[in-house]
Design a protein around this ligand. Structure first.
Ligand code: A3P
Length: 276
C-alpha cells in the first residue's frame, strides 16, 4: 500500500486503513459505556501499553481474576466488536487515541473515569518516528526530517499532538479525568500508582504496589513482550526513556516544537503538567 492508501480521514483526523474504518467509528458510537470502565486516553506513544499493563495488574490484584482487556485500541477492528464488548463483564480496561470529540458521548454522560497520559512532545515525536517506520500498518519515512515536517504540521495518523492535548483542556476539571505524565511515572512509579489507586478506589497494600512496580518496569514488560505483542514486541518496547529527543532533533526543530507548545499549550493546565 502507498502512504496515502495506509491512511483515511474521519472527522478531519487520519486513521490507519488497515486497523479501522468509517464503519468502525459508526459502530463505536453505539458502544455502551459503563461507570466502572477504565478508559485510558493517550496521543500515540505517550505510554498507552505501559498504563494498560499497570491497570491490568491492579485489577488482577483487587479482583483476583482477569479483567476484560481491550485488544489494541478501542477504535481498531470491525464494527461488530462493540456488540461483543457490550456483553463483556466489568471491569473493562479500554484505551483509545481518538480525540475527545470522537469518544462515544456516553463515556462522558456516564462519567467513566479516564486516565489521560501525557508525554513531552519531543520524546513523543522520536518514539512515533521509530514506531511508524517499523510498523507495517503505518506510513514509512525516508528520514527523521521528513517525519518531523509531518509531525509538526499534524499530518500524521491521529493528527497534531498539540491539537489533541489542547482539546482535553476543556475536560480537565470534569472530575472524572486523572492526568499523569510519562516522565512522572519514570521518576517515581509507586507515587503515580498510588494516584491511580486513589482515583479508582482500589485498596492496594505497599507490597502489592511494589509487585506492580516490578511487573510493569520497562525491562519486565520488554522481556515478556514476545508473548504479549508478538512480531511488534520491539516496536512497542524500544527504549522507554526520557530525553531521547536530544539524539535526533536539530536546534531548529527543537525551536519549532517550542513555538507550537507556546502557541497551543502555554498557560493551560495540561501544558503546565507536561514535563517540558
Ligand atoms: P520509546 O519509543 O521512547 O521507547 P505507547 O504504548 O503509547 O505506544 O508508547 C510507547 C512508548 O512507551 C515507547 O517509548 C515504549 O518504549 C515506552 N514504554 C512502554 N512500556 C514502558 C515501561 N514499562 N516503562 C517505560 N516506558 C515504556
Amino acid at each position: 500500500m502507498t502512504t496515502e492508501e495506509l491512511k483515511f480521514s474521519y472527522k478531519g483526523i487520519q486513521y490507519p486503513t488497515v486497523l479501522c474504518s468509517k464503519e468502525t467509528f459508526q459502530g463505536m458510537e453505539k458502544m455502551e459505556a459503563r461507570e466502572e470502565d477504565v478508559l485510558i486516553i493517550t496521543y500515540p506513544k505517550c505510554g498507552t501499553n505501559w498504563s494498560l499493563q499497570i491497570v491490568h495488574e491492579m485489577m488482577l490484584e483487587v479482583h483476583k481474576k482477569e479483567p476484560t482487556m481491550i485488544k489494541g485500541m478501542l477504535e481498531f477492528g470491525k464494527p461488530e466488536k462493540y456488540e461483543f464488548l457490550n456483553q463483556e463483564p466489568s471491569p473493562r480496561v479500554l484505551a483509545t487515541h481518538v480525540p475527545c470529540e470522537t469518544i462515544p458521548k456516553n463515556f462522558f454522560e456516564k462519567k467513566t473515569k479516564m486516565l489521560l497520559i501525557l508525554r513531552n512532545p519531543k520524546d513523543t515525536a522520536v518514539s512515533y518516528y521509530h514506531f511508524t517506520n517499523k510498523n507495517p500498518t503505518l506510513p514509512t519515512y525516508d528520514s527523521w526530517d521528513l517525519f518531523f515536517k509531518d509531525y509538526i504540521t499534524g499530518n500524521v495518523i491521529y493528527g497534531s499532538f498539540f491539537d489533541y492535548t489542547l482539546q482535553w483542556e476543556k475536560h480537565v476539571d470534569d472530575g472524572n479525568i486523572l492526568v499523569l505524565t510519562f516522565e512522572d511515572m519514570k521518576e517515581d512509579l509507586p507515587r503515580e500508582l498510588r494516584k491511580i489507586c486513589d482515583f479508582y478506589g482500589l485498596a492496594l497494600t505497599d507490597e502489592q504496589i511494589k509487585l506492580i512496580q516490578e511487573k510493569t518496569s520497562f525491562s519486565s514488560m520488554k522481556e515478556k513482550s514476545g508473548s504479549t505483542h508478538g512480531d511488534l514486541a520491539n516496536v512497542f518496547f524500544r527504549k522507554g526513556e526520557v530525553g531521547d529527543w536530544k539524539n535526533l532533533f536539530t536546534e531548529e526543530q527543537s525551536k519549532e516544537v517550542d513555538a507550537q507548545f507556546e502557541k497551543y499549550l502555554a498557560g493551560t493546565k495540561l501544558g503546565n503538567m507536561i514535563n517540558y
